[in-house]
Design a protein around this ligand. Structure first.
Ligand code: ATP
Length: 247
């Protein structure tokens, strides 16, 4: 079956440094896939290439078999790639609900069923549902800039889901969250419908093993191993790479 996403021989150079050096990655429909590796391995760079914010110097990115290598972030988002950043990226002057409405609007009405005002009302209903799902129902009218870090993270997830992604790219979503917030996040991600595949960059291996069914290990811009969590856990080279560099 055609994978949801395939990266083939992806290369990114910063001057003489190869941040990515011929990386291959395959994510199947609905898969929960983790990307792990020591600091500086190239994880965030690869997420940038897959989301379209960092151009690949070489190689290809295919989404459901179609070449999207040259497309930027907005075009990838329209094709179903949602992204959560290391630092939550939301519009700070808009309320939480407005942030989600803006993302939900293009999807809020079925073709041929548009009527004045109907689209916005549908988007507002979708936003209210999403904010409740991520645990922020009572903060809908608060400007995003006034939310605490963990709440902005929840909001960014609601915004990403409002775009109806088939693939969610998550860059260290648990960073800076309290233990309770991490627990809530894990539960939320576990309950995501399988229509959404997830690529998770995460240093915390307990979260990786709790959430993911496939793991790819990067080191020095190259793929060191790909396998099930059990295979990765048992892999000598992976343990060695982690002992040498992960924090
Ligand atoms: N804009 C940039 N200019 C120059 N070098 C960069 C740039 N972005 C990343 N790098 C370098 O590319 C390499 C890969 O960085 P990247 O952030 O992708 O790694 P990472 O695996 O996500 O690391 P971490 O776990 O610390 O977030 C590192 O050596 C980093 O210093």
């Amino acid at each position: 079956m055609t994978p949801l996403l395939a990266a083939r021989g992806v290369t990114v150079r910063y001057g003489s440094l190869a941040a990515l050096d011929g990386v291959d990655l395959r994510i199947d429909h609905g898969q929960r896939h983790a990307l792990i590796g020591p600091n500086g391995a190239g994880k965030t760079t690869l997420l940038g290439v897959l989301g379209g914010s960092i151009p690949a110097g070489g190689g290809r990115v295919l989404l459901a078999g179609r070449d999207v290598t040259r497309l930027g972030p907005a075009a990838r988002a329209r094709r179903g790639v949602g992204r959560i950043h290391q630092r939550p990226a939301v519009w700070s002057t808009l309320t939480a609900a407005e942030n989600v409405v803006v993302a939900a609007l293009p999807h809020a009405v079925r073709p041929g069923r548009w009527r004045p005002g109907g689209k916005r009302r549908a988007a507002e209903r979708a936003a209210a549902t999403l904010l409740a799902r991520v645990g922020l129902p009572e903060l809908a009218d608060v400007p995003a800039g006034r939310l605490a870090h963990g709440q902005r993270r929840q909001l960014e997830i609601a915004v990403a889901l409002a775009g109806r992604p088939r693939l969610l790219l998550l860059d260290e979503p648990a960073a800076g969250l309290s233990a309770v917030e991490v627990e809530r996040l894990v539960e939320f991600l576990r309950e995501l419908p399988r229509a959404v595949a997830v690529l998770l960059v995460e240093h915390r291996l307990d979260l990786v093993y709790a959430l993911c069914d496939a793991v790819t290990v990067l080191r020095d811009g190259r793929t060191l191993a790909t396998g099930t969590p059990a295979e990765i856990r048992a892999s000598g080279p992976v343990r060695q790479a982690y002992a040498e560099g992960v924090t």
